[in-house]
Design a protein. Structure first.
Length: 251
């Protein structure tokens, strides 16, 4: 069993069951299932979870979603280091596929006002909890992301960190899970998540393998928001541990 921010997840040898923690998360399950069904019809270059049953009540009265289990395990930093060129090529292969597919109607377009709304939330919820130096740092990071032009050119996973990318022996990228934040948006966001998980050396190798890669300052600007995103989500959801961890460098 794994406990995430919005769901508890039970993993069996061939099934994954997602149990929402909140009423809002439960209400989103039918849409999540429809989204995965549509994504499953695309050639994304890798496996993704597939819904196996309609949304239904669990024994304790909560609703849950049953999915196929995607094979593989996350790759740790040592696994990346010993096969960095192979890992870079695998990431580049999947990122190219994401950028080239036709977008299903159920995939939302990224909100052009997303980052301004995010900045308002950070100032309202998090600035009172920060030190003076922390507020200055956060202000610089918000300024950088607010300065970016809105881009919506590719299918973006939205949380392509190490835990959501699965590998089998090779290493071969075998599957990607947790598509809750997928949108038609800026591919630089997925590259930012990869770089945050595995470091700048792998990121540079991936960029070298892509045609017309995103400009580096966009990737850096998105990376600068990750801790603030974690902290703001923790504040809004009443998750004190997530809030404290996200604010570690701002206090």
């Amino acid at each position: 069993m794994h406990s995430g921010q919005f769901h508890d997840v039970v993993i069996t040898p061939d099934r994954v069951l997602r149990y929402p923690k909140t009423a809002a998360a439960a209400a989103e399950l039918p849409g999540r299932a429809a989204l995965l069904e549509q994504l499953g019809t695309l050639d994304l270059g890798t496996a993704i979870p597939r819904p196996l049953a309609a949304i239904r009540p669990a024994p304790l009265g909560e609703y849950h979603l049953v999915l196929t289990r995607v094979p593989g395990e996350p790759l740790d930093q040592s696994g990346v280091d010993v096969a960095i060129d192979v890992v870079a090529r695998e990431f580049a292969r999947v990122l190219r596929a994401l950028s080239e597919v036709d977008f299903p109607d159920v995939v939302p377009v990224a909100d052009p006002l997303r980052w301004s709304k995010f900045a308002d939330g950070v100032r309202a919820e998090l600035f009172p909890l920060m030190s003076g130096d922390g507020r200055e740092r956060a202000s610089r990071e918000l300024t950088a992301v607010l300065a970016l032009d809105h881009v919506a050119t590719g299918l973006v996973h939205g949380d392509l960190g190490g835990e959501n990318v699965l590998w089998v022996e090779g290493p071969t990228l075998s599957g990607i899970v947790d598509w809750d934040e997928v949108s038609i948006g800026d591919p630089a966001e997925d590259l930012a998540a990869i770089g945050a998980s595995y470091g700048p050396t792998l990121l540079a190798r991936i960029l070298a393998d892509l045609e017309n890669p995103p400009v580096g300052h966009r990737i850096a600007a998105y990376q600068g928001t990750f801790a603030l995103q974690q902290a703001l989500a923790g504040a809004l959801d009443g998750d004190d541990a997530e809030l404290a961890d996200g604010l570690t460098d701002y206090r």
